[in-house]
Design a protein around this ligand. Structure first.
Ligand code: SF4
Length: 76
């Protein structure tokens, strides 16, 4: 389970975030490329845009479900 105390500072402010459990598998960026991107220098994903609409939220939830290590949180 993702922990907001360990989220990356690159995440844009909002309820969704990636924490330091990320293994850079790229799944969230494939599932929801509008909201997740990879920091190739540091080897982890981050939230680049917070979802707003119901469609956005579904996409972000799909990315969460695709994460193999539960590194994506949605609790702010
Ligand atoms: S799906 Fe999870 S482990 Fe994979 S890049 Fe995204 S946050 Fe990291």
């Amino acid at each position: 389970m993702a922990d907001k105390k360990h989220k990356f500072s690159m995440n844009v402010a909002g309820i969704y975030y990636v924490d330091d459990q990320c293994i850079a598998c790229d799944a969230c960026c494939v599932e929801a490329p509008r909201f997740f991107a990879m920091n190739d220098n540091d080897g982890h994903a981050f939230v680049k845009l917070q979802p707003v609409t119901p469609e956005d939220l579904k996409e972000a939830e799909n990315a969460m479900a695709a994460c193999p290590v539960e590194a994506i949180g949605n609790d702010g």
